[in-house]
Design a binder for this molecule. Sequence first.
Ligand code: ATP
Length: 285
Amino acid sequence: MEITQKAPAKINLSLDALYRHGDGEHEWRMVMTSIDLADYVSIRPGARKIRVSTDSGFVPEDARNLAFQAARILRQEAGINAGASIYIEKHIPVAAGLGGGSADAAAVLRGLNELWGLHYSQEQLARIGLKVDSDVPFCVYSQPALVTGRGEQVTPLGTLPSFWVVLVKPAISVTTARILSMVDYDQVLHRPQTDRVLKGITQRNFDLMVSGMGNALEDVTATRFPVIKELEQRLVKYGASVAQMSGTGPTVFGLCPTRSRAERVYNSMRGFCKEVYLVRPLRLG
Ligand code: ATP
């Protein structure tokens, strides 16, 4: 038997970093949504060994792969000996701030939970996923959510206001760990107004949601890579209501309230960057 799980990318509508814990991890307050840009993870149960392969030259196929780590940790938790063959069809740009590795890890947790007959709840899978990466608990749910703590507190937010997303991935490589190590809490971070974002979502008010958006890590990445601000300025110039970086970057995105506006922004941005996507937030259900 083989099952295929969709593993959607995420964007951060708001990303706030509050402080660093004693162990070096960060305390987050973020509003996240999955989008309809996804990897496909096919899983077959097997004897003992966990194997990962992928169609991407940029993703490791060994124990460094987050999908592999998810399978191994789930197996340990369950106290079983089972194996699995995992194949990842990669569509999410790698090391882009779009949470591709975490999405694959969450897909493996959901898939193996079914194939190995473990009957873990979503809450249990999210707790196990946290051991792989702070974005995995969110990806287990894959619905609009407020994410706090080290990533383990995921509060679903229901349906978002209607909007389209233009994603732009510049051809530069950003290492998440390096950006996070550079965050200096003694400096003033440009924080989002997350409460406004939440209010906008509750009221399904796009303009209110947009008025509170921001990413506290943006200046850290953009100081090293000025192209991030340049692309954001272009997104707004061509008609996006707001533009910001996702995660630790380098992907930036613009939001538009209508499809026609988003198409105009998308077509204009393709003149400046090879990797541009027009997507929507993933619908609930
Ligand atoms: P983060 O969630 O840490 O912000 P990201 O979204 O920026 O990460 P990913 O695409 O998850 O980026 O990749 C980050 C690194 O993780 C890459 O350098 C890659 O080598 C490694 N990696 C491990 N497993 C995967 C996977 N299944 N898909 C993509 N990258 C993976």
